[in-house]
Design a protein around this ligand. Structure first.
Ligand code: CA
Length: 236
């Protein structure tokens, strides 16, 4: 079945331009022009992926992101941010966006990011279907992760996490005690190929957020250790 994409953008030219381009690629596309419409469409249309502009009338991209993340945890969210909104990237990831693309963006880049996100989501679904080694629920220290329902708890308190964060943690969990290279994450979780590898900064931003959510003391991480010049080690 074709993937469904919801495009949320208040600027009509961009919104219609994106719609045309994604329909040409055989996606099923719905659009919304403000934050409230976005939430209604997300409920009705149940998109596989949402392209979400940050600056929107009625409700901001952040608010929309938080609501969609809560109600539809398996939906991928790619946030569109302006170049001057550097800090909002990190905030966006905290709100539960899976990825972000900076405006002005090239449609080719955005299509590539959407494709790799959806490919990744499908891989995840098929590996969830198979009896591959990860149990649905894992517990360690004061953390409990449910990879099936996409729920996370620390000290029995619910933590909001994105689909991508669950994927990173699942990947870490499968390789607990081993060094995980940033490039491994970029290829296996983000779906990049060695030829189009972006800056590893993307990974580091995600790890900062994961530590904020999971570690007791993010300045002294005990769970996600940094391995100098290589990547990370999930130490459980
Ligand atoms: Ca806007």
């Amino acid at each position: 079945m074709e993937s469904k994409i919801l495009i949320v953008e208040d600027e009509e030219i961009i919104r219609l331009g994106l719609k045309d381009n994604f329909e040409l690629e055989n996606y099923i596309v719905e659009t919304a022009s403000d934050g409230e419409e976005a939430i209604i469409k997300a409920d009705e249309f149940k998109p596989d992926l949402v392209i979400l502009d940050l600056m929107l009338p009625k409700k901001s991209g952040f608010e929309v992101c938080r609501v969609i993340r809560k109600k539809h945890p398996h939906t991928f969210i790619i946030m569109l941010t302006a170049k001057t909104e550097e800090t909002s990237k990190v905030a966006g990831l905290e709100m539960g966006a899976d990825d972000y693309v900076t405006k002005p963006f090239s449609i080719i880049e955005l299509l590539a990011r959407v494709k790799s996100s959806l490919r990744r989501a499908n891989n995840l679904k098929s590996s969830e279907d198979s009896t591959l080694k990860t149990p649905d629920v894992v517990e360690f220290y004061n953390i409990k992760l449910d990879f099936k329902k996409y729920e996370a708890f620390k000290n029995n308190q619910s933590i909001e996490m994105s689909a991508r964060e669950f994927q990173v943690l699942r990947y870490f969990w499968q390789r607990r005690g081993e060094v995980v290279y940033r490039e491994d994450l970029l290829q296996n979780i983000w779906g990049y190929t060695p030829e189009n590898m972006p800056s590893t900064r993307t990974i580091d931003n995600h790890i900062v957020n994961l530590r904020k959510k999971l570690e007791d003391d993010q300045a002294n991480p005990k769970l996600i250790l940094s391995i100098r010049g290589a990547g990370y080690k999930f130490d459980i």
